[in-house]
Design a binder for this molecule. Structure first.
Ligand SMILES: [Mg+2]
Length: 173
């Protein structure tokens, strides 16, 4: 099966069938040390380059790694992260170095600059079109868990604390 170039296989398992989707930052990768890059109020003033490229220094979230590692082989495990295309190599290397179980990694392709929630929603729709039956999706951004539920998915909110001081119009659940 052909798949988008930003879908990166980590096993022989094809996309499709029973699937669980994990977010990366705040769920498996501890991005707490780089949140300061995003302190500016306006998105255009935030240091996105500094934020994304320091991902190599993330400690692993041990509970997240154990949780994703505990998923049965019956499920296709997809890591869906809004990290930018330029971090592809670093992210692949980090996941291997930390032995994070997954079948597929999906991050942004070149020039895919849509807001995180919109971009992730589009990827999930594409996963469904490719035959994925998404039984659960986990994320630490309450805008994303709200979007998952709007798509009819079962969502699990993981509390990283990264979004606590942001003024969002959705509940943290
Ligand atoms: Mg996250």
């Amino acid at each position: 099966m052909t798949h988008p170039a930003n879908w990166i296989a980590n096993s022989d398992r094809a996309i499709g069938g029973r699937t669980i989707v994990f977010d990366l930052d705040g769920v498996i990768a501890d991005a707490g040390h780089r949140q300061h890059f995003l302190q500016a109020e306006r998105s255009s003033d935030k240091d996105w380059h500094g934020f994304f490229h320091s991902c190599v220094d993330d400690p692993v979230v041990e509970q997240g790694r154990q949780l994703i590692g505990s998923i049965s082989d019956e499920f296709c495990v997809v890591i869906l992260t809004a990290r930018i295309h330029e971090t592809r190599k670093k992210t692949v290397t980090w996941l291997a170095a930390n032995r994070v179980r997954h079948d597929w990694l999906i991050l942004r392709g070149p020039r895919e600059g849509a807001p995180s929630t919109e971009w992730k929603g589009h990827q999930l729709a594409q996963l469904r079109e490719a035959g994925a039956e998404i039984e659960l999706a986990l994320d630490d951004d309450p805008r994303n868990t709200a979007m998952f539920r709007d798509m009819g998915l079962t969502a699990m909110y993981v509390h990283s604390g990264y979004y606590d001081d942001r003024d969002y119009d959705v509940e943290f659940r």
